[in-house]
Design a protein around this ligand. Sequence first.
Ligand code: XBP
Ligand code: MG
Length: 256
Amino acid sequence: MVWRAFLFDVDGTLAETERDAHRVAFNQAFKEHNLDWYWDEMLYGKLLNVTGGKERMHHYIHEFTDIDPNQENWNDLIKQIHKTKTDYYVSLLNEGLVPLRPGVKRLLEEARNEGLRLAIATTTTPDNVIALLENSLGKHSVEWFEVIAAGDVVKAKKPAPDIYQWVLNQMALKPNECLALEDSENGLRAATQAGIPTLITVNDYTQHQDFNEALLVVSHLGEKTNPSYQYENGEWNPIGTIDISFLQQLKKEKCI
Ligand code: XBP
Ligand code: MG
């Protein structure tokens, strides 16, 4: 059995969008809505435990402010703030300042050449995904992905498996025919609960999370001039570039 599809997470996996784009856009939106909230890099790291921007703001109000969420119509307010945040986020990406992570473009192109099917499974808003793809891979790259599952398409966001189950359903694929590519424990839990083997590319915010259930944990996908490192038994060792033949071999050795 070989991989038939790669299912990509977006934030933290395709690009390091969280600290310098989502976080910045949230703060810009708070200012525009006359809120004195400011999410610094450390606080944002804690808030990332809750996936979804609207859900993250609700969590912040409950856990980090004295606001009584019942006193005003916070549901509507949060929707408005989130819309402003999405506009700022898309503008930031349109400036072209958020590059893809090492090896992402290379692996996507290889997968396309070899006829593997591609999909996106993410918590973020669809407009954000399109902005990232168009700005980093070109106008038509959205068409590379058979399914783009994003945002509120399912009610329960990661770590719930719903978004992955939705993608499997749309593509009529079995979990063990797919490899999920993720960067976080929440993402790993979502994919694993859907039965999908998962490759983790860690980043600064997620490197200390629990990835015991992952098929493979690496620093990034790697380029010839920027090799990847694999995390195993408490150590990081060079592994080169993660390409299709490496991944198909990994499936043969470690999966059914
Ligand atoms: C991504 C997220 C998203 C973004 C914000 O998680 O948690 O919420 O931070 O996006 P994952 P929105 O990578 O696990 O899918 O503000 O558009 O919700
Ligand atoms: Mg992610």
